[in-house]
Design a protein around this ligand. Structure first.
Ligand SMILES: Nc1ncnc2c1ncn2[C@@H]1O[C@H](COP(=O)(O)OP(=O)(O)OP(=O)(O)O)[C@@H](O)[C@H]1O
Ligand SMILES: [Mg+2]
Length: 194
């Protein structure tokens, strides 16, 4: 049976860096959903305000099912912030939701050129657990949440392999940025609208 591993999380959290390193370790098939949408004509329209694309999720799910079924590789790694919503559930799916302290995430996002509304929208999405919520909606019971704050890509991959190879159990629901930021006295900084 094919094993589908999702690497999801807020934009800039480190999905692609992690997923590519894991792909090498497992000799897996790698699918980056941003590229996949472009290459397979799954983009419905561009959201100019948010500099992002709107994809046909239903068509993407069908196409992904095809790709997963036809590849000879037993391990498929899917990288994308909406991966949970479009991954077919008939295979053995394991979801890793990468989480990063908003302060560090903000730095990563700024390095990628995010500013203004788009920056704060994404930071707020991290704070209110949007990607985790999507993962729970579609793949409950198959989710691991990883706080990757301050961790090297190598360490993150090690943690993922420990879980996949059952040396560690996976946990979900321990990240609480709202509480963390409140304690640090910085929550207000993130909730502002620009
Ligand atoms: N563990 C890490 N430690 C330090 N820097 C990292 C780590 N992971 C990723 N980065 C850096 O953070 C930035 C964002 O990483 P990456 O592109 O992997 O994120 P992403 O989640 O795939 O983003 P997007 O949603 O835009 O595809 C890159 O500049 C990358 O080099
Ligand atoms: Mg990426």
């Amino acid at each position: 049976m094919k094993h589908v591993i999702l690497i999801t999380g807020t934009p800039s959290v480190g999905k692609t860096t992690t997923a590519k390193a894991l792909t090498e370790k497992l000799n897996a098939e790698y699918i980056n959903l941003t590229d996949y949408a472009k290459n397979n004509n799954l983009i419905l329209s561009d959201d100019k305000e948010r500099c992002t694309s709107i994809v046909n999720e239903e068509a993407m799910q069908q196409k992904l099912a095809q790709t997963i079924n036809t590849t000879n590789n037993q391990n498929i790694i899917i990288d994308g912030h909406y991966a949970s919503a479009v991954t077919p559930t008939q295979h053995k799916v394991q979801v890793f939701v990468l989480r990063r302290h908003p302060k560090e995430l903000k730095t990563f996002m700024e390095q990628k050129g995010y500013t203004g509304n788009k920056l704060y929208e994404n930071l707020q999405a991290e704070i209110i657990d949007v990607c985790l919520g999507e993962a729970v909606q579609f793949h409950a019971g198959r989710i691991c949440e990883l706080d990757v704050t301050g961790k090297t890509p190598q360490k993150i991959v090690e943690d993922i392999l420990d879980i996949l190879q059952k040396r560690k159990t996976c946990i979900v629901g321990t990240v609480d940025w709202m509480g963390t930021l409140e304690k640090e006295g910085t929550l207000d900084q993130y909730l502002k609208l620009t």
